[in-house]
Design a protein around this ligand. Structure first.
Ligand code: HMG
Ligand code: MG
Length: 304
């Protein structure tokens, strides 16, 4: 029995656009988020309050958050690496923040310039401050199956960090395959360790599609009852500190598969494809989504 409904967290404006070599202007980011809201996405990761020296693409996250027309029922989230980031984020009234740790030491150093243990210490006051302000805290756990620097990552390490995240009050755990090397059974093994410490409703999958395994990994997650996934419109993205990693699984591809399985998402595929076409036009390329390209190819204006 698969879940009957899936929660999708759209991460394209953050995970996607953080990786674009050409900066995308705030007005285009705002337009993208509006289109995603119009397509029925109710959880959207809008940006990051990280160092602009490290990730200049996200330097305008406050401007984007302030310019958005917020819709009731839509939860907007932003990444926060430390207290400085929390202070800047809090002023933009996010519904949720994301603290991000890694199951691999080498990735932690490259991505946030500290050890895994130090990152947890750094997050603790951020989590406390956010929760005191009524803001939900999600955790992302990078390199849950493989690391670009250390290779294969054992599920024990996922569990060790899950325990630490839980101990500091992180309310949800996103199990992330940062470089898309996971295959179904390995992804299930990582998720099972997270599920020892977090309830089903508070575990999600974040699968980059570098090796084309993301949809299979989502299906394998559904088999465990996991019903929450991050996905990126037009398959945008990657991580600046994971060389060669491509984008998350495209939201359009996930919605198409879930529609076929009779699993509800609340997302309207045609409007989502419009959003994919819009941002791909801004970037000057085709979407990295088989479904978006198939739908676009059948549109009358293209056939004419
Ligand atoms: P650091 O250099 O160790 O920080 O960076 P520091 O505390 O020593 O401060 C150095 C300078 O940065 C200071 O400025 C600080 O004020 C400034 P200076 O005095 O030199 O002018 N600074 C900040 N500025 C703005 N906002 C802040 C902030 N903090 C310090 N929050 C830090 C540590 C974590 C800040 C840095 O390493 C960083 O920003 N890293 C970026 C990490 C990142 O955004 N990675 C991509 C997102 S994670 C991801 O994509 C994975 C995910 O998708 C899941 C998956 O797929 O695995 C979530
Ligand atoms: Mg990611």
């Amino acid at each position: 029995m698969l879940p009957s409904r899936v929660r999708l967290v759209e991460v394209g404006p953050r995970d996607g656009l953080q990786n674009e070599p050409q900066p995308v202007g705030a007005a285009h980011k705002v337009e993208l988020v509006q289109r995603l809201q119009a397509a029925g996405l109710t959880e959207i990761e809008v940006g990051s309050f990280v160092s602009p020296k490290w990730v200049p693409q996200m330097a305008d996250s406050a401007e984007v958050m302030h310019a958005l027309a917020r819709r009731p029922g839509v939860r907007l989230s932003v990444l926060v690496p430390n207290l400085k980031g929390w202070e800047a984020a809090a002023a933009t009234r996010p519904d949720e923040i994301v603290v991000f740790a890694a199951a691999s030491e080498a990735f932690s150093r490259r991505n946030i310039n500290c050890s895994v243990a130090e990152s947890i210490e750094r997050f603790a006051p951020v989590v406390a401050a956010a929760r005191a302000a009524g803001v939900k805290v999600r955790g992302a756990l990078s390199c849950a199956v493989g690391c670009p620097y250390e290779g294969e990552v054992h599920p024990d390490r996922v569990e060790q960090v899950a325990v630490r995240m839980k101990a500091i009050g992180v309310q949800h755990l996103g199990v992330a395959d940062t470089i898309g090397v996971g295959t179904p059974r390995r992804v299930q093994a990582a998720l099972e360790r997270a599920l020892k410490h977090y309830p089903l409703a508070e575990v999600s999958g974040h699968f980059h599609d570098t090796y084309g395994q993301a949809l299979a990994n989502i299906y394998a997650s559904l088999e465990l009852g996991v019903a929450s996934f991050d996905a990126s419109v037009a398959g945008l993205g990657g991580c600046p500190y994971a060389k060669g990693a491509t984008g998350n699984v495209a939201t359009e591809d996930v919605v198409f598969m879930l529609n076929g399985l009779g699993i509800e998402t609340g997302v309207e595929l045609d409007a989502l494809v419009d959003a994919a076409a819009f941002i791909s036009g801004v970037l000057g390329r085709k979407p990295v989504s088989r479904v978006a390209n198939a739908v676009l190819a059948k549109r009358p204006e293209v056939l004419a």
